[in-house]
Design a protein around this ligand. Structure first.
Ligand code: CUA
Length: 332
């Protein structure tokens, strides 16, 4: 037996290393109530499977050690083996039942709770449209690629897709959930800590699947209400001369045919709502940071930055591009 002890020790060490490595991932250090329930389930299954694996290795070691000893004989030993195997079978059935029941209960519990907020998240190739639904249409907020949530309040997200199957995943807050054309799925998110968290499409949905990120900002209730009040404001009229020229270009040209800027005639929802564009941290669904240089880069050739996306390359002179950037950066 002693000769085989190192093998079991290696297995336990490997498991511990794996576990310590995983513990630093958002999935195993969740900041959402639902993510916490999923983490508990994960650890339960990891421990059961890990211990059974070690037990199998130990059993194998014992069997190999005995086989090299005296030849097998006598019915007492056969009976003992028989009892041990039945006990092992019962144990395995018990553990499997425990895991199935725990999975079922976790699935039920992550769907329980009364939401304080209702949102609709529409996945599109390759960005997210986020709408804060309110009974009062005047309090309906539409934004893109940025989810702002109040801490300790439950949001229900109705998940839909306008083209192919996508998957909504904010590892810190909860598990993955598919967005399927023609179907509405719903999940609850109850964040327990302030912070900025990364969300990502988790189902291959085409060329730019990897560039389908989402910023999730969890803030205090008061900060959330202030954010919502700002989002409800129509776009500010352009202030500088450059921005005014940019606005004329935007509303007289191609941009307004795909984008909405509330408070202006531009009302298309084909592309992201740009009313408060520059208040976001990134553009093109997490592809670029929100800086003047990067907005200019994006306008210059969106197909170079994110090949295959639905924004066409619009021919612009350097001066026109600068005007347009000035206008967009004022949309805060
Ligand atoms: Cu959307 Cu992958």
């Amino acid at each position: 037996m002693n000769r085989h002890a190192p093998r079991a020790a290696i297995a336990v060490t490997a498991l511990a290393l794996l576990a310590s490595g995983c513990a630093s991932t958002p999935v195993l250090s969740p900041t959402g109530a639902q993510g916490g329930l999923i983490e508990n389930l994960w650890w339960l299954i990891a421990w059961i499977c890990g211990l059974v694996y070690v037990a199998v290795l130990v059993g194998l070691g014992v069997a190999l050690a005995r086989r090299r000893g005296q030849p097998r004989e006598g019915t007492t030993r056969d009976r003992g083996l028989h009892v041990a195997l039945v006990a092992w079978g019962v144990l395995i059935i018990g553990l499997l039942t425990w895991m199935v029941a725990a999975s079922f209960l976790t699935d039920r519990r992550i769907r329980q709770g009364e939401p304080d907020l209702e949102l609709r998240v529409t996945a599109k190739q390759w960005w997210w449209e986020i709408e804060y639904v309110d009974g009062e249409p005047a309090r309906h907020v539409t934004t893109a690629n940025e989810l702002v949530l109040p801490r300790d309040r439950t949001a229900r997200l109705h998940l839909v897709s306008s083209d192919v199957i996508h998957s909504f995943w904010v590892p810190s807050l909860s598990g993955k959930h598919d967005l399927i054309p023609g179907t509405t799925n719903a999940i609850l998110l109850t964040p327990r800590a302030n912070g900025l968290f990364r969300g990502q499409c988790a189902e291959f949905c085409g060329l730019q699947h990897a560039h389908m990120g989402l910023d999730v900002r969890v803030v205090d209730s008061a900060a959330f209400e202030a954010w919502r009040a700002r989002q409800l404001q129509p776009a500010r009229p352009p202030a500088g001369a450059e921005a005014r020229r940019g606005a004329a270009l935007f509303h007289g040209g191609t941009c307004a045919t795909c984008h909405r800027v509330q408070g202006t005639p531009a009302g298309s929802r084909m592309g992201p709502d740009l009313t408060h564009f520059a208040s976001r941290r990134t553009l093109a669904a997490g592809t670029l940071p929100m800086t003047r240089t990067d907005v200019a880069r994006w306008l210059d050739d969106p197909q170079h930055v994110k090949p295959g996306n639905h924004m066409p390359k619009v021919p612009l002179t350097p001066a026109q591009r600068a005007d347009l950037v000035a206008y967009l950066m004022e949309l805060r």
